[in-house]
Design a protein around this ligand. Structure first.
Ligand code: PEP
Ligand code: MN
Length: 339
């Protein structure tokens, strides 16, 4: 981090601030120009509050030269992290597919979808019990009953389950969930992230609708800073000016994230476009771009789904897609995990 002092900054003010930095364990590198006094801060600057430094009357400008995230940063952890969930694995060439309905709707529905996606080669069963809906009048999910049905589907198939949490108070209900999902709308629910950081359960963190990659990685950092380093990042489309799709899949985010972090990166092509026929091309693009896995919505009766029917594949469509996913993933050197 570089601190640029004002031309007429009093020497005592400069020294006082430098002493403050030294007390934080940072080393100071002074650089005196003809008109400017720069100070380079050497060490872990992730805890330096830039706004606070800027509030000092002697300071003209502050520039970060290193990223504000540390645990998620590939610079400090060059090897890929592999996150294991049951027999599934994500990262370092390990590739897994999560599939299932947007919402858990009934025992019959979740059991039927679980059996069929397992047969097709999915490694995890997805299904929303607590649903974040734009309208308060839309189906809100079966909530705790939905979790009971997911456990039932797991006991029938052996598939590990992934499901979304929205409220830190619900953590006890998620005790035996294999992979806890933080949805796009909660990516910056910092109190939730802090509580999830105290758990051992792996976390699937979805990118917010309008968040930068740095904000995304800072949210992962919240979970990791609490001690839970099993984080999988999920690109699920961002909001742009294009209205013909629900979101725009930011495919560039995949290689960029993988360059910035050692954490596994997966793609959700279902929410990205909101259109079932677009799931296949986007899934293929995700694998080619370097994704470590996919999350795909599958419903046994999409026209009657209680949420996201338009983007849901039928079990038959998913079965055909899995064959393409297998070929493509193998072509790009991944090892596919099934249940
Ligand atoms: C979901 O996976 O069901 C979901 C709501 O996704 P997102 O948070 O990405 O919108
Ligand atoms: Mn959905």
């Amino acid at each position: 981090m570089i601190v640029i002092f004002k031309k007429d900054a009093p020497q005592e003010a400069v020294e006082a601030l430098c002493q403050q930095f030294e007390a934080q364990g940072l080393k100071i590198h002074n650089s005196m120009g003809q008109h400017t006094h720069l100070v380079g801060l050497i060490g872990d600057t992730s805890t330096v509050d830039v706004d606070l430094v800027l509030a000092n009357a002697a300071v003209e400008e502050v520039k970060r030269v290193s990223e504000p995230y540390k645990k998620a940063n590939r610079k400090f952890h060059p090897e890929d992290t592999v996150v294991h969930v049951g027999n599934a694995a994500f990262g370092a060439g390990h590739f897994s597919v999560m599939a299932g309905p947007c919402s858990v709707e009934s025992e019959q529905q979740i059991e039927a979808v679980a059996k069929s996606v397992q047969k097709s080669g999915a490694a995890l069963l997805r299904g929303g019990a607590f649903k974040p809906r734009t309208s308060p009048y839309a189906f809100q999910g079966l909530r705790a009953d939905g979790l009971v049905l997911l456990r039932h589907a797991r006991s029938v198939t052996g598939l590990p389950i992934v499901t979304e949490i929205m409220n830190p108070e619900h953590i006890p209900l998620f005790e035996d969930v294999d992979l806890i999902q933080v949805g796009a709308r909660n990516m910056q629910n910092f109190e939730l992230l802090k509580e999830l950081g105290k758990l051992k359960t792996p976390i699937l963190l979805k990118r917010g609708l309008a968040n930068t990659l740095e904000e995304f990685l800072m949210s992962a950092e919240y979970i990791m800073a609490g001690g839970n380093e099993n984080v999988i990042l999920c690109e699920r489309g961002i909001r742009t000016f294009e209205p013909s799709m629900r979101n725009t899949l930011d495919i560039s985010a995949v290689p960029m994230l993988k360059q910035k972090t050692h954490l596994p990166v997966v793609v959700d092509p279902s929410h990205a476009a909101g259109i079932a026929w677009m799931v296949r091309p986007l899934a293929m693009a995700a694998i080619a771009a370097g994704a470590d896995g996919l999350m795909i919505e599958v419903h046994n009766d999409p026209p009657h789904a209680k949420s996201d029917g338009a983007q849901s594949l039928t079990p038959e469509q998913f079965d055909r897609l899995m064959a393409d996913i297998r070929h493509t993933a193998e072509f790009f050197g991944r090892t596919i995990h099934a249940s």
